[in-house]
Design a binder for this molecule. Structure first.
Ligand SMILES: [Fe+2]
Length: 268
């Protein structure tokens, strides 16, 4: 059993079966398991196997009972994702990845915040044209425990576990949209596959289902205190104490000057 209270600021632990346990006053949440069968369309090798039944588990709408109304009024949702270690064929274990829809009445897609709760994360982000026919740019971002990463408006995002240990992330997003998976399934994954190299390290291979892919650039996340994203501080606390700081997730069109690669990241 691993206690995640300090990392999450919530009474949650991880049990021996890599399932989250919720302690008083939280009610238990049954995760949605993402099975290998559901991932076939998103893999380099549709026939790949995986050591466990679930590749990753999603716990939606995680919060203390006392915060229910606050998050509902703010239009915010806090989720936790547990990515089990292992290989999907030659690929490291990963999430399907998706785009977010446009905020209605705007040409701006909803952003999202991810925080690494336990382990080490590799994120891929890619932007495409409106018809999803061309990749405009793509980035990889490594993040360690406690670090926060903003997925900027327009960027599909993929979470990859390149380690032998469990990876747990939390995320804040608006609670009023459904993610778009089809544009990723169409190409059987992100613009780059992340294979385990012979030395055990990640190997980035362009996904040939795309007509062309731009060079993959590496970024590091910046600490963004004006959005309440302090690396030493669990992201849950920002939503709990200052939900207004997360309003950029609901109204990204009002924050476009702040929501740029240059302002939210530094070059790795
Ligand atoms: Fe998302």
């Amino acid at each position: 059993m691993a206690d995640l209270k300090n990392n999450l600021s919530l009474p949650i632990s991880l049990n021996e079966n890599e399932i989250l346990e919720f302690h008083d006053p939280m009610a238990s949440i049954n995760p949605k398991h993402r099975t290998l069968a559901e991932m076939k369309d998103y893999l380099a090798d549709a026939k790949a196997s995986f050591p466990g039944e679930s590749v990753y588990d999603m716990y939606r709408s995680v919060h203390l009972p006392q915060d229910t109304e606050k998050f509902k009024n703010a239009g915010l949702r806090f989720d936790i994702t547990v990515v089990h270690p292992g290989l999907l064929g030659r690929e490291f274990s990963k999430t399907l990845g998706h785009f977010h829809p446009f905020k209605p009445g705007t040409a701006v897609r909803y952003p999202e915040i991810y925080e690494v709760v336990r382990g080490k994360a590799l994120f891929l982000m890619q932007r495409m044209d409106d018809s999803f026919s061309q990749v405009l740019d793509c980035y990889s971002v490594e993040a360690s425990e406690g670090q926060d990463v903003i997925f900027l408006p327009g960027y599909a995002h993929f979470l990859i576990n390149t380690t032998d240990e469990i990876l747990i992330t939390s995320n804040w997003s608006g609670d009023n949209f459904e993610s778009l998976y089809e544009p990723v399934a169409r190409y059987h994954g992100a613009a780059y596959y992340v294979f385990k190299g012979t030395d055990g390290q990640p190997e980035f291979k362009p996904n040939k289902n795309y007509a062309s892919v731009p060079e993959l650039k590496k970024l590091r996340p910046k600490e963004l205190s004006h959005f309440g994203l302090i690396f030493e501080q669990p992201a849950y606390l920002t939503g709990q104490k200052s939900p207004n700081m997360l309003q950029f997730l609901i109204n990204p069109d009002l924050y476009l000057e702040e929501l740029t690669v240059e302002k939210c990241y530094s070059e790795a």
